[in-house]
Design a protein around this ligand. Structure first.
Ligand code: B12
Ligand code: SF4
Length: 496
């Protein structure tokens, strides 16, 4: 990553998964870097996803740095973050380490209690990190900085909460601080020079498994349509971007803003495709035919929907605020307007197949794939994240929760052991989530990875047809291909 001459603040995005693989521009550390850059601080941004010698880079930058910031989601990122933090502490025992990002937000008390964490930012990081840096640089106390936890003489101090700030007051994401070429997604449904962007934060819904509830407290704040159009035009111009993935938790909350963005893109001749934009089924069913046509004309090619389950009981338990029929209606609507849906489903919310709506979920997957074979299906295992509305339910059902920061490293959405499925059901879910469902229904993403090898393509076609047959008829006994994959395929990173 690029680095300025004056090295004052180091911001680290640790590895998201153990194997290198799919990555995007780390907007969390870029967002925090914006106000620091504006205030004149030098920056060293290190992204372990793209920098091969990232540990060395961090250690080399320590000389003269004010502090080191870490950005972590729950999961493997914590493990890598702690490994880097340990090296930092060994080389420079006095430097303060600041932890932010989703995990620090959902479990701030446990995070601050770790010996390798000095300050935790819980919530938006832009202003908080600028204030922390100023205080550390000037040797000033941290007691007036809202939204942080810190240690003083070994004691943990929690400051007052930081009120939600309007993101229009923050500078544009400083994409120039990273080497964009390393992040371009090629051969994507949206183009060959595709990157990610975020236009809003938060979500007004309160799905029981989702951390949004704790982090953004059901608030939703967005950049104005004018600003979004101007920033997308600038990105397209500066880096020849032809596709934009929206990282918003809920892009479609404000219909008028979406309409103004679509019109703006057309009026300013911003020639990009845009998509994978997250939306709520109920919101999208309220969009008029004219608006769907306008969005398509301006470049919309796909949306992302948290469909979650084919069982109304599970949808109600989650408080998804929509019905199974709504999901089917949206599938038909999007097919009509040429917009692909990426569906996200969760299994393992309940202990057994019946209460978890296993068969109904599989049926719904088959149904939406019949409506539009080009749609994509992602299936995850339920993980009870701290701070989510259904976290206590999971605890009361006996799911052990880690008592240390390290313990959360194994909490990833493809680890069925973190779900509420009882042992027998868990054993059935693992091959489905890890192998059969992606192979049968996540076609385009895998095909892109196979396109340069005839052998891989042939193998893929064979196993795809087999997986499709098994899923279509619910036949999952004698799973020889799963065992083959488990022992051989994973090593070659065939599916993930
Ligand atoms: C893009 C994305 C990814 C990308 C990678 C992200 C990246 N950084 O490279 C990919 C696709 C790889 C990914 C993977 C996963 N993701 Co993801 N992802 C997102 C998404 C959609 C956008 C992230 C983003 O760029 N946000 C924009 C920035 C500006 O916001 P931010 O990160 O929150 O940063 C702010 C604050 O957190 C804070 N902050 C952040 N970093 C720092 C650092 C410091 C020092 C400070 C002070 C502050 C600070 O300040 C920032 C500005 O206010 C979010 C949802 C969302 N809308 O945020 C989910 C989200 C972060 N992902 C999530 C999850 C669960 C995952 C997975 C675990 C899912 C899985 N399949 O297993 C995997 C992890 C991989 C694995 N197997 O372990 C959850 C995290 C929940 C949690 N408890 O951590 C989220 C919140 C989705 C959700 N609603 O549940 N993800
Ligand atoms: S709609 Fe999506 S982002 Fe919003 S609370 Fe539900 S799962 Fe989270």
């Amino acid at each position: 990553m690029a680095q300025n001459a004056k090295k004052n603040v180091i911001l680290i995005h640790p590895k998201v998964h153990q194997a290198s693989g799919y990555c995007q521009v780390p907007l969390g550390i870029l967002a925090v870097a914006g106000p620091l850059e504006q205030a004149g601080y030098g920056l060293v941004l290190v992204d372990a996803m793209v920098d091969a010698d990232y540990k060395e880079k961090v250690l080399n930058a320590l000389d003269g740095a004010i502090c080191v910031g870490f950005s972590c989601m729950t999961g493997y990122q914590i493990q890598d973050g702690l490994a880097i933090a340990k090296l930092v502490r060994e080389k420079d025992p006095g430097i303060r380490m600041v932890w932010g990002g989703w995990h620090a937000c959902v479990a701030p008390e446990q995070t601050i209690s770790h010996p390798l964490v000095d300050i935790v930012v819980s919530g938006q990081g832009e202003t908080a990190m600028a204030e922390i840096t100023r205080s550390l640089e000037g040797g000033l106390p941290l007691d007036g900085i809202k939204g942080i936890y810190y240690k003083e003489n070994g004691k943990v101090i929690k400051n007052a909460e930081r009120p939600y700030e309007d993101i229009n007051g923050f500078p544009p994401m400083p994409y120039h601080l990273v080497d964009i070429e390393k992040y371009l997604i090629k051969g994507d449904e949206l183009g060959d020079r595709v990157i990610n962007y975020i236009s809003s934060r938060g979500c007004p819904f309160q799905c029981g498994f989702c951390a949004e509830f704790k982090v953004n407290k059901r608030k939703w704040g967005a950049l104005t349509a004018e600003r979004v159009v101007a920033e997308l035009a600038a990105l397209a111009g500066a880096y020849k971007i032809d596709g934009i993935i929206f990282n918003d938790s809920n892009f479609f909350v404000d219909k008028n803003r979406v309409e103004a963005i679509s019109r703006g893109l057309l009026e300013k001749n911003v020639n990009i495709k845009w998509g994978k934009a997250n939306g709520h089924t109920r919101h999208l069913l309220n969009y008029s035919d004219e608006l769907w046509r306008l969005m398509y004309k301006s470049g919309l090619r796909s949306i992302l929907i948290g469909a979650e389950s084919g069982s109304q009981g599970v949808l109600d338990l989650i408080k998804k605020d929509c019905t199974v029929e709504d999901i089917e209606r949206l599938a038909v609507l999007c097919k009509r307007f040429g917009v692909r849906i990426w569906y996200s489903f969760i299994l393992g919310m309940c202990p057994d197949r019946l209460t978890d709506g296993f068969t109904q979920t599989l049926d719904l997957i088959k149904k939406v794939k019949t409506i539009d074979p080009a749609s994509e299906v992602l299936v995850f295992s339920y993980v009870a994240y701290p701070g989510t509305p259904l976290f206590e339910r999971a605890r009361s059902m006996g799911l052990p929760q880690p008592e240390t920061l390290e313990g959360w490293a194994g909490f990833i959405l493809d680890n069925t052991k973190c779900s509420l499925a009882e042992k027998k059901y868990q054993a059935d879910l693992e091959p489905l989530i890890d192998f059969y469902l992606p192979l049968a229904y996540r076609l385009n993403a895998i095909r892109i990875r196979m396109h340069n090898s005839l052998l891989k393509s042939l193998l893929f076609t064979f196993f795809h047809e087999l997986a499709l047959f098994r899923c279509a008829h619910n036949i999952f006994f004698f799973r020889w291909e799963w065992y083959l994959y488990k022992h051989l395929g994973r090593r070659f990173k065939v599916l993930n």
